[in-house]
Design a protein around this ligand. Sequence first.
Ligand SMILES: NC(=O)c1ccc[n+]([C@@H]2O[C@H](COP(=O)([O-])OP(=O)(O)OC[C@H]3O[C@@H](n4cnc5c(N)ncnc54)[C@H](O)[C@@H]3O)[C@@H](O)[C@H]2O)c1
Ligand SMILES: O=C(O)C(=O)C[C@]1(C(=O)O)C=C[C@@H](O)C=C1
Length: 369
Amino acid sequence: MEDVTVGFIGFGLIGGSIARALKTLKMNYTIIAYNYHKDRRNSSLESALSDHIIDRIDTNISEAFKDCDIIFLCAPVLTNIKYLNELKDIIKPTCIITDVGSVKGNIHEAIATLEMEANFIGGHPMAGSEKTGYENSHARLLENAYYILTPTNQTTNDQLDFYYQLVKDIGALPLILDAKEHDDITACISHVPHIIASSLVNLVKDSDDEHEKMRLLAAGGFKDITRIASSSSVMWQNICLTNKESIEQFLSKYIESLIQFKQALEHSDEEYLYNAFESASEYRNNIPSNSSGMLQKSFEVFVDIIDEAGAIATIATILASNNINIKNIGILHNREHEEGVLRIEFYEESHSIKAITLLKKYRYTIYER
Ligand SMILES: NC(=O)c1ccc[n+]([C@@H]2O[C@H](COP(=O)([O-])OP(=O)(O)OC[C@H]3O[C@@H](n4cnc5c(N)ncnc54)[C@H](O)[C@@H]3O)[C@@H](O)[C@H]2O)c1
Ligand SMILES: O=C(O)C(=O)C[C@]1(C(=O)O)C=C[C@@H](O)C=C1
């Protein structure tokens, strides 16, 4: 393969993960990156340079990005758009500009206004995390995740083939969609759920008393449904501001469904309540589990341990000495496990299976999920 120069503007969780994935391919990718953070110097770019994930840090977009074959805009969605004007006058004619933003209609509108359709293919990896920044990026974050591509009416087959192949090379599943359809789908499956998760956390925050028992007792279910409320506020503010119409449409539908639940409670409507829970359970059980990024596909094991110094270290040593990589480890205290239990998360299923066998051999009590 010929040398390909890849540029990144915005280099956090998603930019960093794509760059890492490209570098593991051992192909001829030269990666240059520009990032701006209002309060911090570019320590993440310096780390990426010393990790050999990027080849150059650039402080001057005009000079540096003119040789790029493909440019990934990986900042919040409103920020990505601000760079288009600057890029328009400097990119080479064959350059593909793409973005990873969670909303597609707004950037396509800006591209049309600037008459940049011949150089743009929208992109959106359907995986991520509530964590931000290069320090949380991972080469396999987008593995097995759908990666939506939104070409323009001037995108050539060669351009689309090139990008399609790149997405496959980094382990993701390319899927071509129209920008409007993308924004409707993501409003329903991602943007409205995010609003719900955040408002649910605020409901608890505002309902708790000074003893904060709700916060103390919030257990598995609440944590499962609100994980994403820990995400970047700027990212979600930008998403809401740019996909207003679709979000409002599904939010209204959702509010209507909450009102129906409330009425069913008021009327003790047994049938409505049963059917609503049953139909949700059936649909949820049939959502495929094989199409998510690697950070979603984490494998948990729960181990009974005595809550004392050294207990975690002993287990960590057993696992490390058997080449088992731990993603996360920590003691949980909740009603499910009254005595406190050690939760160990692994990146790979094979490692969790190996860990279970090993820890059972050392006579630990294991709970599997
Ligand atoms: N986090 C997710 O789960 C996820 C998943 C898919 C797509 N996305 C999209 O990816 C994009 C990036 O999200 P992320 O999760 O990587 O966030 P992030 O906060 O980890 O990274 C964003 C980066 O952009 C930089 N930045 C901010 N303003 C900038 C500016 N003016 N110029 C240059 N750089 C600037 C920040 O310093 C940061 O390094 C967003 O558009 C988001 O909608 C996020
Ligand atoms: O945090 C996660 O697990 C995500 O995948 C985040 C998530 C999502 O809502 O699915 C968030 C926004 C992005 O546009 C894509 C992915």
